[in-house]
Design a protein. Structure first.
Length: 140
């Protein structure tokens, strides 16, 4: 089975993005090392001529953990301060469709919520457009 990051990279590239993994692994942290996300947020950076999309890819079962983690990163409002930079959490889960198990993508996009003179807060909104691959799991 492919990882959420691998599925996300494949889909981003199919959508026309130039995409790369930007998290790194630090093997020197006991006991087995840790993964470090770009800006404490992103596994993937994807670019087009118009914008940059940062993606945190996760299994569906861990979505709430990743959502809470991302909301706690104080510089997320700076990252999404311009429409040219976007941040999304991509959650992958298995669903039965047409008698076959398929990977289904749920996308949550970070949006700035104004607070007067203070740094804006961030809220996540679910994106409705369907960009889920229709490939059966058995083919992956």
């Amino acid at each position: 089975m492919s990882s959420p990051t691998a599925r996300s990279l494949e889909l981003l590239r199919n959508l026309g993005y130039v995409a790369a993994v930007v998290e790194r692994f630090n093997a020197h942290v006991p006991p087995h090392g840790i993964r470090i996300d770009l800006f404490g947020l992103a596994d993937i950076e994807a670019i087009t001529q118009d914008h940059t999309l940062y993606v945190q890819a996760t299994p569906a079962a861990r979505l709430s953990d990743h959502l809470a983690k991302c909301l706690s990163v104080e510089h997320l409002p700076v990252l999404i301060a311009t429409p040219a930079r976007r941040f999304e959490i991509w959650s992958w889960g298995k669903r039965r469709r047409g008698g076959r198990d398929r990977w289904v993508l749920r996308r949550l996009r970070a949006r700035s919520v104004g607070n007067g003179d203070r740094m804006p807060d961030v809220a996540f909104v679910e994106l409705e457009e369907d960009v889920s691959p229709e490939t059966p799991m058995s083919a992956r």
